[in-house]
Design a protein around this ligand. Structure first.
Ligand code: AHR
Length: 847
């Protein structure tokens, strides 16, 4: 079962158009009248950045493994995916020449390979062909290794010919097996393309034979060269891209993939170890079967080859269709035992029961393991069983492996986890605004608990650390835009700055097969999730702008956070701000509104309660029923607009009721677009205040005017009235004046975010700056508390059109460039391009 999307909300088309380029929040900027300044306090080093800070989140989604990282080229190698027509061949298989092929379940090779493919020959030459994952890739001068089981009957005892054929039927590599016998026998054949073979992603792999009788095949596999030539190994180009990111951990095996759609389809790790032809495969949760050739040993191979440690997710008794088992049941005892054994497989000595199995799979040395996550996104389990399930597994692990740090995927009370796992999939505007969300709590920043579908585990008070185990800006399909990459960069910088609390982070999803659907052949597209970091087809791969931004940050992490202050010039409100339509909103609150009306100062009815205008929503869909309007989702940050953008002064009346949730009501006036409006936030800031806020065209939203304490009670109707007269806005709740504002907001005019770190070994200050605005920005960089700064430094810069993406055709359309910096000093001015991330490296001597 798929439950998607949890965030990355739908928008109307004109809102989507507006979001590009302008749609990013100002984060961490203090408004000022002068030019922008970035002040870095080099003499006040703060948090030491944890060594394991950045890693990968991974699961079988978007053909991440089969048709991706796992170098196998044959799709449906065990024939278990049936064909589209009854009685037809399994998908991705076809007949070549004059033969007849059919599936067969008689006397299989082993119980993991229940289906074989039988080819009946009629005297001539015939074969079966596989078209791979949207094509088999071929390059000149390239060796391949083919493996298959075969047996002959009905008089056939000849050899099998193994070939690679291009689209136009040209054979580019070919070899023969030993003669087949009446018993199943495994054949391994080396193939090599010649120097004049074309480079194409559209080849086919063919097994053929000549004569009469029949030949049957099972487990047909083809590998090109793999990374470091490991058997059953990984795709070199993807490994090289990933190595650039220097990941310190891999969160495996998911994700929803860990849980599975049903109990039968959960991640059964014991069926994903041992020789690949003894693994039965299983139905993954993203709409396709997994061969499980990429199983637990291959996850470990991946870690080993990248120098990363596994962060092991163990199944915790809850599956995506909502089924669960309770703590203390025999089933839960089995899952608990499986978790202990899985840990032993990873880190046990080679003479332990499961350590020996790992050793037999090619890894005699135990793997370093520090973190185990129990379950995934268990906040979806509304039964309340997670506390018990987590506690049962956590106690068992703690007793056997006291050194392991345990990660909870949702709030628990009976056992104190070491970390909580937060997940956030957001728009660029939202995620950039969240760059400060882990900043220490101050009087006016309420303590966060739940945040938009993810559990915000910030717990500075209780010493429970945060692992942001899935996050991404969801703009760009199937890979992110530059605009998304800039918000992603700001979000990482915000986490890094708070890495005393957020000790680990990983973007998700990591990998995507970008092949489009092929309706002619009946094939679906290669991807299921909208926005993903690294894209590929059978031949090519590329990093998205967000990938490049993440490489820039990963390679310039530094050791210790330096405090920074960013001051930016202010702008006066635009002329449009004195006119606009109206709207209603919700901030993670189950709220409904009715009897909405708008009247002009002369009493003219601009909108009557029984007249429903046309609504446009942002952040999630809204429903209207009679006079009632309400967000469709009860946990979203979402607002809906209506009315005439030319309206100036008016009174809005509406009845509002909160049913449940974090906050209260939002009434919008002078809305001229998704990112430019005013709102009256009643019960905002954790249901504590009523106050006005102004959003501007850069996507920032700042409170202004006086704040009145106000708490919205659930389950009762409130009469809200907002009188707008020029600058003066008066808000009444049940006829009582609560908010009275005459001032105008002033807003920083720059959508930007900055942080800095120090690289001790290199004695280098690293300044990281995102300018998400549409104009270049001149900013004075001040390195405070240093006696000298070398004039020569370096800058890495990525910039471009905010909607730009990379692709297989233009893999480096958006890519970082290295620039020399000259004339650096303790105070110098630099221009930060529009829509850019800059990483400055400046050698500085402490006083
Ligand atoms: O990253 C894609 C999915 O998003 C993961 O499987 C799941 O954990 C989350 O909801």
């Amino acid at each position: 079962m798929q439950r998607r999307p949890r965030s990355g909300y739908g928008r109307t088309s004109w809102l989507a158009a507006l979001a590009i380029g302008a749609g990013i929040s100002i984060a961490s900027a203090t408004a000022a009248d002068g030019p922008a300044t970035i002040a870095v306090h080099v003499d006040k080093p703060g948090t030491a950045i944890p060594p394991d800070f950045m890693g990968f989140m991974t699961e079988e989604i978007n053909h991440a493994y089969d048709g991706g990282l796992y170098a196998e080229l044959i799709q449906n190698r065990t024939f278990q995916d049936p064909g589209n027509a009854p009685g037809g061949l399994p998908v991705h298989w076809s007949v070549v020449g004059q033969g007849k092929a059919s599936t067969d379940a008689i006397e299989p090779v082993n119980s993991a390979l229940p289906v074989s493919l039988r080819l009946d020959l009629s005297g001539g030459e015939a074969g079966v062909a596989n078209d791979g994952y949207w094509g088999v890739p071929v390059r000149p001068d390239t060796p391949y290794s083919a493996t298959f089981y075969a047996r002959g009957s009905g008089g056939f005892a000849g050899p099998v010919t193994v070939s690679l054929l291009t689209d136009d039927g040209k054979t580019v590599a070919s070899a023969q097996s030993q003669p087949v016998t009446g018993d199943w026998r495994k054949h391994t054949i080396a193939l090599k393309t010649g120097p004049d073979a074309p480079t194409t992603a559209k080849a086919r792999f063919v097994l053929s034979a000549k004569g009469s009788g029949r030949v049957s095949f099972s487990y047909v596999s083809l590998f090109p060269p793999t990374y470091q030539n490991a058997p059953n190994g990984l795709r070199p180009d993807l490994m090289k891209l990933m190595a650039e990111m220097r990941p310190k951990f891999i969160r495996l095996p998911g994700g929803n993939y860990l849980e599975g759609g049903r109990f039968a389809d959960r991640f059964r790790w014991k069926e994903m170890v041992g020789p690949p032809d003894q693994r039965p495969g299983h139905m993954g949760c993203w709409g396709y079967r997994s061969s499980d050739g990429f199983g637990l040993p291959e996850f470990l191979l991946w870690c080993k080859q990248l120098g990363a440690e596994p962060v092991l997710g163990v199944f915790a008794g809850y599956v995506l269709n909502g089924d669960y088992v309770k703590a203390g049941t025999p089933e839960m005892d089995v899952f608990t035992q499986e978790a202990l054994e899985e840990i032993e497989y990873v880190m046990g000595p080679a003479d332990s029961q499961w350590g020996a199995r790992r050793s037999a799979d090619g890894f005699p040395e135990p793997f370093a393991l520090k973190y185990v996550e129990i379950g995934n996104e268990d906040w979806f389990d509304k039964s309340g069983s997670y506390d018990g399930r987590f506690t049962q597994i956590a106690r068992a692990i703690r007793a056997r492996y006291p050194q392991l740090k345990l990660i909870a995927s949702a709030p628990v009370t009976s056992f104190k986890p070491d970390l909580y796992d937060d997940h956030f999939y957001r728009s660029a505007r939202q995620l950039m605004g969240m760059a400060t969300m882990y900043d220490p709590t101050t009087a006016d920043s309420p303590k966060l608990s739940f945040a938009g579908g993810g559990f915000n585990g910030r717990q500075r008070d209780t010493a429970i650390k945060t692992f942001v185990g899935e996050w991404a800006t969801q703009e760009g399909r199937p890979t992110p835009t530059l605009n998304a990459g800039l918000a992603d960069a700001a979000f990482i910088m915000g986490m890094e700055k708070n890495s005393d609390a957020v000790v680990m982070e990983c973007y998700a999803p990591l990998l995507v097969n970008v092949n489009p659907a092929d309706p002619g052949k009946g094939y679906p597209k290669g991807w299921q999730w909208n926005t993903n970091l690294i894209g590929y087809d059978a031949l090519h791969s590329f990093g998205s702008p967000s990938y490049h931004a993440q490489v820039m940050l990963a390679q310039n992490k530094g050791d210790v956070v330096l405090p920074t202050e960013f001051t930016a010039p202010t702008s006066s409100p635009s002329a449009e701000a004195s006119r606009g339509g109206i709207g209603l909103g919700s901030w993670h609150t189950d709220v409904e509104y009715t009897d909405l009306s708008v009247t002009a100062p002369d009493g003219r009815v601009l909108m009557a309660p029984d007249q429903t205008g046309e609504w446009r929503s942002s952040g999630g869909p809204w429903n209207s029923r009679g006079r009632v309007v309400a967000p469709a989702r009860k946990d979203a940050e979402t607002w809906a607009f209506t009315g005439d953008p030319g309206w100036t002064d008016y009174t809005i009346r509406v009845k509002a009721r909160k049913n449940a949730g974090r906050e209260g009501f939002i009434v919008i006036w002078h809305a001229v677009g998704e990112d430019e409006y005013r709102w009256w936030n009643i019960g905002g800031w954790g249901n504590t205040e009523a106050r006005c806020e102004a959003a501007n065209s850069l996507g920032g939203r700042d409170p202004y005017g006086p704040s009145a304490p106000f708490r919205v009670e659930a389950g009762r109707w409130y009469d809200l009235r907002l009188e707008v007269a020029g600058r003066r806005v008066r808000g009444y709740i049940d006829d009582k004046l609560v908010t009275d504002v005459t001032s105008e907001p002033s807003a920083a005019s720059i959508a930007a975010f900055t942080t800095a770190t120090y690289d001790k070994a290199d004695r280098t200050v690293i300044v990281k700056f995102v300018n998400a605005g549409a104009s270049p920005l001149d900013a004075r960089v001040e390195l405070r508390g240093v006696s000298r700064v070398e004039p020569e430094g370096t800058a890495l810069v990525i910039s471009g059109e905010p909607g730009a993406v990379n692709s297989v055709d233009e893999p480096l359309k958006v890519a970082p460039r290295r620039e020399a910096v000259s004339g650096a000093s303790t105070s110098f001015v630099r221009t930060f391009p529009a829509h850019s991330l800059t990483v400055l490296r400046l050698k500085a001597t402490a006083p």
